[in-house]
Design a protein around this ligand. Structure first.
Ligand SMILES: O=C(O)CCC(=O)C(=O)O
Length: 274
């Protein structure tokens, strides 16, 4: 059996805290998933703008003119997402990065970042949103269309995962102080349809405005080693949390799932849902 990643790719992930895997799915498959996302956004027909209040402050008022379309738990809306979650092309890479045979889902999130003034993300780690004891949580961002720099591609700070959990500002959604952590000092991670960007939940990342004429369509899967566990009772509204995507859950633990509804969670906190 061929290894899903070369030793150089694995070493680069551990050194930098992120890795772009080219063509993890084909361009054709990605564009079909793009259609799934846009059809789902049309079905949901939501006007809610989930742009973080902190992002509006960082990017200025222009970011508020058009809204980002997003949806959590997309595998509960279309089987196409469920199939991709357990696709070995994805889960084998995830397992290689975790360094073990087992991969467990935390949550999924679709983003359609709109054209012209589309929503930026201030720099942050994902850690404060759902801290875990062993810090194994990582993201896979599937690109369903091209994401060059002008489309507000994800940007990351190489090696920042090695700093461990950093103090964040809570206001308007967890983010790092923008005076010290500047988007322009980060490494852009442009991608093409079919590419998947993997990064640790300790890797400092964010993204700029989408100044192009086209939406940017991505699907984010947060995953972890099932032996890891959340340290706070947070994000429990995520419907799919605990689903085993590869191997087994050796702890046989009952994973917290939707003990609170999304509505309940959103009225409790000030932060946008992650
Ligand atoms: O997709 C983006 O532009 C950034 C997403 C992000 O930073 C996140 O979900 O943590």
């Amino acid at each position: 059996m061929t290894e899903p990643l070369s030793p150089e790719e694995l070493a680069a992930y551990h050194e930098n805290g992120f890795l772009l895997v080219k063509n993890l799915i084909s361009r054709q498959e990605a564009l079909a998933m793009r259609e799934e996302c846009h059809a789902l956004a049309a079905r949901l027909n939501s006007d809610v703008d989930p742009t973080w209040a902190s992002a509006r402050a960082v990017a200025g008022a222009s970011a508020t003119r058009t809204s980002l379309k997003h949806a959590h738990d997309t595998q509960f809306h279309s089987a196409a997402f469920a199939r991709l979650l357990v696709d070995p092309r994805f889960t084998d890479v995830a397992a290689a990065l975790l360094g073990g045979p087992n991969v467990q889902l935390h949550h999924t999130k679709m983003f359609i970042k709109p054209p012209e003034t589309g929503s930026p993300f201030p720099l942050h780690q994902d850690h404060p949103f759902f801290p875990h004891a062993e810090h194994t949580v990582a993201a896979a961002v599937f690109h369903f269309d091209d994401a060059p720099q002008e489309k507000g591609c994800i940007r990351a700070v190489p090696g920042s995962h090695r700093l461990g959990p950093l103090p964040h500002v809570e206001d308007g959604s967890w983010h790092l102080p923008p005076d010290t952590w500047r988007l322009q000092d980060t490494q852009p991670c442009p991608a093409e349809a079919g590419d998947v960007l993997f990064f640790s939940y300790l890797t400092v990342h964010g993204s700029g405005l989408n100044t192009s004429q086209e939406a940017r369509t991505t699907w984010l899967v947060q995953f972890r080693d099932p032996a890891d566990r959340p340290t706070v009772d947070e994000h429990t509204w995520s419907l799919g949390q605990g689903m085993v995507l590869r191997g087994i859950d050796p702890t046989a633990r009952r994973t917290p799932t939707a003990r609170r509804t999304p509505t309940a969670r959103r009225t409790e906190g000030t932060n946008e849902p992650k």
